[in-house]
Design a binder for this molecule. Structure first.
Ligand code: DLZ
Length: 157
């Protein structure tokens, strides 16, 4: 999937609305933590630069991406304006990758269908670590920043 039409090169920071007063829950997978930490940093920086105060952000951690759905569900009735799931799945030699990616993306989709609160998907699904590095603060920007912008947009709907 190309990110050519939606990446940080096209970003006009001033056009992103303020998120003052909005509350966000963030669930971070500890698997491939070098990547998920960078995604989280990008996400938090954007939210704070758009006027979200620390008290309005809750970050919780889960062991791997498969657990993101449970983590997001545990926050869904806590009054957040949006919840963000952050993970990184890197293809290995078995088809474990496919099971985790399908379960996680479908699970998060199902949470959105509950209609309680938007749940954003910031799970990198890459063939190798270099692709993940490129998208978590490298040459293709930081998808954590992009998901924060999307979360603000969804929270304001
Ligand atoms: C087991 C596993 C594997 C092989 N790879 C990843 C990965 O690349 N990214 C990730 O977030 N998690 C991985 N996991 C862990 C699973 O998500 C999950 O934590 C375990 O299967 C326990 O339920």
């Amino acid at each position: 999937m190309s990110s050519a039409n939606s990446n940080l090169k096209n970003l006009d920071f001033d056009k992103i609305p303020s998120a003052k007063g909005l509350k966000f829950g963030i669930v971070v997978s500890k698997w491939n933590s070098q990547i998920t930490r960078n995604l989280l940093d990008g996400c938090l920086n954007l939210l704070k630069n758009k006027d979200v105060i620390d008290e309005n952000i809750e970050v919780i951690y889960v062991p791997g991406s498969f657990e993101l759905v449970y983590g997001c569900n545990s926050l869904i009735d806590k009054g957040y304006d949006a919840i963000i799931a952050i993970g990184s799945v890197i293809r290995g030699e078995t088809n474990h990758f496919d099971f985790i990616c399908h379960a996680t993306s479908n699970g998060i989709k199902d949470l959105n269908l509950l209609g309680k609160c938007p749940v954003l998907f910031c799970v990198l699904t890459d063939d190798n670590i270099q692709q993940s590095l490129d998208r978590s603060g490298g040459k293709f920007g930081n998808k954590g920043v992009e998901v924060a912008i999307a979360a603000i947009e969804m929270a304001l709907i």
